[in-house]
Design a protein. Structure first.
Length: 428
């Protein structure tokens, strides 16, 4: 059977789609690029917030309406996990599966062979590839339905399996491996290794062959001294860390059931920057959480400005089914949430632009991601890629005049900040 997977959502969903593809490939099915020529179209959805569920719904409606001939369309992923009845009511949808339904999907398509467990990796490897190191989440956040979707127990892949998968990714052309999980700092927690992530990084650096190792989704309060030391002393580990903090007001964080000791948060940032002065730190915030007062929102603004994150994003809070926050009093009016979101995003953009200005004059390796043959409006050849300071898909890009292929790593000198992006000159 010919199949095509359409993926929505975060990098973790990308690895889930690759897991589905690997299971289908093992069973003898074949991927195709043109959705219209596929016998089976699989939509892997996101259900984290209202906007994500609406995007998933619209995509399902489009795929159902545009199906050709005997083509089947099925839906899987987080949205299908939590709202299966709504999914199967959409015209043109043949079946709906929840998360981690690799076997069920393969059985729907036809005969299937033995299951492969975590790790899950990117099949279509380019210069950068994702490696999911664990799944599940045991954190008590009141706004989040991920534990109900993914499971409330951490499930970490064995280090030997991850090293093997990383080697395969490098052999297929990856120069950067991005470690993802619901909570990367919980890696190894279920077998009692408080420094499991630090130990894993050491093994991947020594044995994978990857030139860059990048960490995403570190839970505040669990960034250990051992992890900071390994990051600082291991050349392959990018001096970059994504720490979703969610807010800057202790009282809001307490209602979120997130770490709300701001002295601890500031101490972690200081230790990271003390060990790695040029580290790029990314975070995520939520605005409009139930009961958020103007004073608490002001605390968030002050914290975001003071902490000076290199990159930051923000979500507008939306109630999620089966979460404590959905039943809290003092839900914030939509207009207020929108105003606060715009004000926060404007501040974050200013802070990020100022951090980018500090990079002017630095010479850094750049991982080229653009295809050859790209030119400016004047016809000059141009390349685009990222330094260690930018993560794929969520941060800005670096542009430079010159020629190159995906995976090349020339040294460039940052010449100008373009706000979100950077302009550079190739020096090597």
């Amino acid at each position: 059977m010919r199949y095509r997977i359409v993926t929505l959502g975060c990098p973790k969903n990308t690895t889930d789609s690759d897991r589905i593809a690997r299971t289908l490939e093992q069973a003898g099915h074949r991927a195709v690029e043109d959705r219209r020529s596929a016998d089976l179209v699989i939509l892997n959805t996101c259900g984290f917030i209202d906007d994500a569920r609406e995007e998933s719904r619209q995509a399902a409606e489009i795929l159902g309406a545009e199906r050709t001939g005997a083509q089947q369309v099925i839906v899987t992923g987080c949205w299908s996990q939590i709202e299966r009845e709504q999914v199967i009511e959409i015209d043109g949808i043949d079946a709906a599966f929840g998360i981690e339904a690799w076997q069920e999907i393969a059985q729907h398509a036809g005969e299937v062979e033995a299951e492969r467990d975590i790790p899950e990796t990117s099949l279509g490897v380019g210069p950068s590839a994702y490696l999911k190191i664990s799944d599940g989440c045991a954190r008590p956040c009141t706004f989040c339905n991920i534990p109900g979707i993914k499971g409330r127990q951490f499930r970490s892949a064995q280090p030997e399996a991850l090293v093997r998968e990383a080697r395969e990714l490098v052999a297929r052309g990856a120069r950067e491996i991005v470690l993802v999980a619901q909570d990367s700092t919980a890696y190894g927690a279920e077998w009692g290794d408080a420094n499991g992530l630090a130990h894993l990084l050491e093994r991947l650096a020594a044995e994978s062959g990857a030139e860059w190792l990048r960490l995403m989704y570190a839970y505040p309060g669990f960034i250990t001294p051992a992890l900071i030391e390994v990051m600082a002393q291991t050349p392959q580990v990018c001096h970059y860390l994504d720490i979703p903090l969610q807010h800057g007001s202790p009282s809001v964080l307490k209602r979120m059931k997130r770490p709300h000791n701001m002295a601890m948060v500031h101490g972690t940032l200081e230790r990271l920057r003390g060990a790695m002065p040029e580290i790029a730190i990314r975070t995520t915030f939520i605005v409009g959480f139930p009961g958020e007062t103007e004073r608490e929102f002001g605390e968030l603004l002050s914290f975001a400005e003071e902490a000076a994150f290199d990159r930051a994003g923000a979500f507008i809070y939306s109630p999620q089914n089966d979460t404590p926050a959905a039943d809290m009093n003092d839900q914030i009016p939509e207009a207020t949430k929108q105003r606060r979101h715009e004000e926060l995003m404007a501040l974050l953009a200013e802070v990020s632009a100022a951090r980018n200005e500090r990079q002017v004059g630095r010479a850094l390796p750049m991982l080229v991601e653009s295809e050859p043959g790209q030119t400016t409006e004047d016809g000059e050849p141009i390349i685009a890629g990222r330094t260690y300071r930018e993560a794929a898909e969520v941060d800005g890009l670096v542009f430079a005049l010159g020629e190159g292929n995906p995976g090349d790593m020339p040294t460039v000198r940052i010449a100008e900040s373009l706000g979100h992006d950077l302009w550079a000159e190739v020096v090597d």
